[in-house]
Write a protein that binds this ligand. Sequence first.
Ligand code: NAD
Length: 359
Amino acid sequence: MTSQRVFRIAAIPADGVGAEVVAAGRTVLDALAAASHGTFAFDWTEFPWGCDHYQRTGRMMDEDGLETLKDFDAIYFGAVGWPTVPDHVSLWGLRLKICQGFDQWANVRPVHFLPGVLSPLRKAADTELDWVVVRENSEGEYSGLGGRNLSARGPGSEVAVQSALFTETGCERIMRFAFDLARTRVRRKVSSVTKSNAQQYGMVLWDEVFTRVAADYPDVETESVLVDAMSAKFVLHPEDLSVVVASNLHADILSDLGSAMAGSLGLASSANLNPEKRFPSMFEPVHGSAPDIAGQGLANPIGAIGSAALMLGHLGLTDEAARLTKAIEATTGAGVLTPDVGGRATTTDVTAAVIDHLT
Ligand SMILES: NC(=O)c1ccc[n+]([C@@H]2O[C@H](COP(=O)([O-])OP(=O)(O)OC[C@H]3O[C@@H](n4cnc5c(N)ncnc54)[C@H](O)[C@@H]3O)[C@@H](O)[C@H]2O)c1
């Protein structure tokens, strides 16, 4: 028997459907490990952080939370946010704290069309559509720079400044990441999303760095598209996309558009990577805590299970990652679908079907 590799994974289900989809993903990963004939296993530690924790302690995560997470091989995350806590408090107190604290500067968000899931896009019926959004995940519009002032002037007179930070280092590393990823794909193309017509400082720097980096990748096709035009292109010409690189805010919006086009927000997976591996990376579905359906067993677990597949690839288990992706496709292809994609299956039904298709 080969020696067993044990991966230490920190699970942070957090809020709402986060708990349901992380439980689903863990069940699938444990089934894969159990079938690996002792080759690998997962050693899970679950952290109770999130909005309930905030109500009890005044903190979204423990004060030394990053120190605790630092030594894990990866983090498997659900979703954060609940109506009892302001969204900017919950997001900055947990998810963004981990992404920024661990310099997870590349956020990879595949837009994957699954068999058996009806896309609202008619073109998807007879056109191969598959692209990936690469999101700058450490700066840009989500740098947290700014402030609020002048409240002493009285109600209605306060002022807020929210600045965006673009550094050459930040732009260059995410663009090189996008070009390297494009080289692994059938279509070698990188589309840069910009808004340099209106944002004449940060986005012009973004464009200049894109041109400079592109020169090092003559084998990769490029285009630079304004964000407004890119949102139209997602709908009208998605077949022309392969890797889309965009700033923190632009990619956040575009990736939700992409997953809605693929059928549901509940399908979309993502990886927050620290490519240098100085810190653990974090894998999570793109969706939020979905308070409207939480606790009913209706959450689509595919986004979380797809994120588990991305985590397997990151841990070097590439065959298992491919097997899991195929099992997801076989599950949707067989019509085992939650209500958000037109089916009647529960979270548990879909999870069980994925496990059945692993063998
Ligand atoms: N990464 C994150 O943790 C993250 C991302 C987005 C929003 N949020 C937070 O989540 C909370 C709710 O935000 P929202 O309503 O704007 O976005 P949301 O993603 O939670 O929900 C949007 C819509 O998609 C549906 N949906 C989401 N996930 C689903 C799933 N797995 N299966 C089936 N349907 C699903 C919901 O029912 C809802 O109709 C807020 O507190 C917000 O701040 C967190």
